[in-house]
Design a protein around this ligand. Structure first.
Ligand SMILES: [Zn+2]
Ligand SMILES: [Zn+2]
Length: 200
């Protein structure tokens, strides 16, 4: 265990879901979830749980392929080499295969991840990300389902899971763009192609 890891974990325990304000706790080794089962990928500065959740095999259409995805996301160092978006897509595929999970489009983030209170926008002068503040003056930034705060070593970032339609659309975008496609290691490209072909 690296120095400071336990401190990061205890911070994770105090975090709140940006959708509903519910307390976040480790869901699996990559993600945090609230009691309403909104799942957030721990991108930077926060560690999730250990191990993988129990899962039934009922939904799995291609056990070999699903095992491939499990191995991919669990391989050491993968978090540092794959873009967060690719990790989110792979985890989204796992959820759907293993649990038949369906995710409707989610509204904007309205709750402070640091205290659970309501967020209101402020004029940040930043056209790239939305700046939000809670009554305790926590400053939060949001863009495209990613939510972050703090700077440098203190930066924390979590990312929302993809809605069903968004997942298919984003996988397609990675496959259709030469520039994006080049960034995909061969096993990931294989999985993306499999997913795209079978979901039409
Ligand atoms: Zn929630
Ligand atoms: Zn707050």
């Amino acid at each position: 265990m690296r120095a400071g890891e336990s401190a990061v974990t205890s911070e994770a325990e105090g975090l709140h879901c940006p959708h509903c304000g519910g307390g976040l706790s480790p869901h699996d080794r990559w993600r945090l979830a609230c009691p309403a089962d909104h799942r957030w990928y721990a991108v930077v500065g926060v560690s999730a749980g250990k191990g993988t959740p129990e899962h039934g095999g009922d939904q799995v259409s291609d056990p070999g392929r699903v095992a491939d995805i499990e191995r991919l996301v669990a391989s050491p160092g993968v978090r540092d080499t794959l873009p967060p978006q690719v990790m989110l897509l792979l985890l989204g595929m796992l959820d759907r295969e293993r649990e038949g999970r369906s995710v409707p489009p989610r509204p904007e983030e309205t709750r402070c991840p640091r205290c659970g209170e309501g967020l209101t926008g402020f004029e940040s002068g930043d056209s790239w990300a939305a700046g939000l503040r809670c009554p305790a003056d926590h400053e939060i930034w949001c863009r495209g389902g990613h939510v972050w705060w703090g700077r440098g070593a203190a930066r924390v970032e979590i990312a929302d899971e993809y809605a069903d339609e968004q997942l298919s659309r984003t996988v397609r975008a990675w496959l259709e763009s030469k520039m994006l496609r080049r960034q995909l290691p061969a096993p990931v490209l294989e999985v993306f192609t499999w997913w795209h072909d079978r979901s039409g």
